[in-house]
Design a protein around this ligand. Sequence first.
Ligand code: DQA
Length: 146
Amino acid sequence: MKKLKLLVINGPNLNMLGVREPDIYGSKTYADLCEYVRGAGRELGAECELFQSNHEGELVTKIQEALGVFDGIVINPAAYTHTSVAILDALKAVALPAVEVHLSKVSDREAFRQVSYAGLACLRTVAGLGFEGYREAVRILAEALR
Ligand code: DQA
């Protein structure tokens, strides 16, 4: 079976995992997340490249550069989920299969978190499963791509 190449994108403040609001996001760090995702990818037959940025434009550029390089995208746009038409448009532009992930259960949180622009360009949204949500996203993409 061909090994899939997936780009796993994390947006602003996710580099602060372990420090930021541990009651919501847990005590594990971004480095822990990277290790977890790479391991889950290996088990599911996917090579995962991770990218994190606090800057909207860098996230847009990375999505654009994925075209022709990656088979699919896992994206946690973090706060840009709820504001960024630019990230939505970038996902639509490359038209790669994408799955949206959130560590927390956004549906149980503030009203301003109930809108997801990026989600409009994604096959599915996985939320509230913590790190496990990334594994689920990779599994969904692997199933869709095979
Ligand atoms: C988040 C949820 C967003 O609302 C928030 O702005 C984040 C993280 C999550 O993974 O639960 O930064 O995307």
